[in-house]
Design a protein around this ligand. Sequence first.
Ligand code: FES
Length: 104
Amino acid sequence: MRIENHPILDLDRDEEKEITFTYKGKEIKAYEGETIAAALYAAGIRVLKASSKYERPRGLFCAIGNCSSCHMVVDGIPNVKTCITKVKEGMVVEEEVGKGDIVD
Ligand code: FES
């Protein structure tokens, strides 16, 4: 699900450039300017990481960069807040397990 109409924001998907990035080896389409988490959410992906203590699934929570629920490994860098990080063409995004260990 992706927001197509908004009462305040002027969203014109025809004007935005479509890009692709990789999540767990799968190509995901996104629009330039979207955050990684928004693009994953639009692709139906709700689990972004596993909690550090019990490895329970975590997804978007605050969506403003104040928690750690959306931490993922992006281009090999752990603990990236994907709710405030814009997606880029060719990015490689992986689920994070634990306290930021890189998943092979
Ligand atoms: S969802 Fe809270 S920092 Fe991203």
